[in-house]
Write a protein that binds this ligand. Sequence first.
Ligand code: SF4
Length: 254
Amino acid sequence: MSEPSAETALPQAPGPAERGADPVISETFVSVQGEGKLAGVPSWFVRFSGCNLRCTWCDTPYASWNPDGHRRGVAALLAECAASGVRHAVVTGGEPMIFEAVSGLCAGLRDAGVHVTVETAGTVFRAVHADLMSISPKLSSSTPAEGDPRDPKAAWRRRHEERRTDLDALQRLIDAHPARQLKFVVCGPADLEEIRSLLGRLRGWAPDDVLLMPEGVRSPEPAVRSWLVEQCIHLGWRYCTRLHIELFGNQRGT
Ligand code: SF4
């Protein structure tokens, strides 16, 4: 198995060498879904390693800023899911939609009778099966700051800003997946205006699809939680917990 180095293995967008190759998988594990409409559901997780973005607050840097993992074939992943006995799968990352293998994996899970959630930032459209398409568009508050030591030449700051919103990809994902959620990480009041503006440029979503989640890898302060709950009531959107953080803390494999 090959192991990616922190700098070279992005798969930022699959190049010729990446097409058809087994994807780099950072981790697989069984836990309960922590976020979104299916929070609390026992699920088998598969995390693709590599991302075309670099969110400043990324909670899975081992699949973005410093991608780790091993190449694994789709057949082996399907066998592992089947052996887990769990009937829900969460295909996540990193950014799973930049990997060609995600289509075969999702089709195989569907054929095995497993409910499939795909978690994506919505910057890439790819035809995949998903019983729930979980789209998490990235706001300007996600962009790495100037002077971020992880990004000394600000190259990722520039790329992230160029890539983080692709209206065409977002619209195609919404149109292709009637079972969907639009999950936003909220850092503060300015984000709400940006979310409204973005949603105003998209068609076909319902208020029930929109979830707001406080930023952070710890349980939010009560004041932050209360503020965001009030906003959700006012806007008619959903408040989104991070159940896995409350249950297990910020740990890998949960
Ligand atoms: S899109 Fe997701 S995996 Fe990629 S940097 Fe942002 S939070 Fe991390």
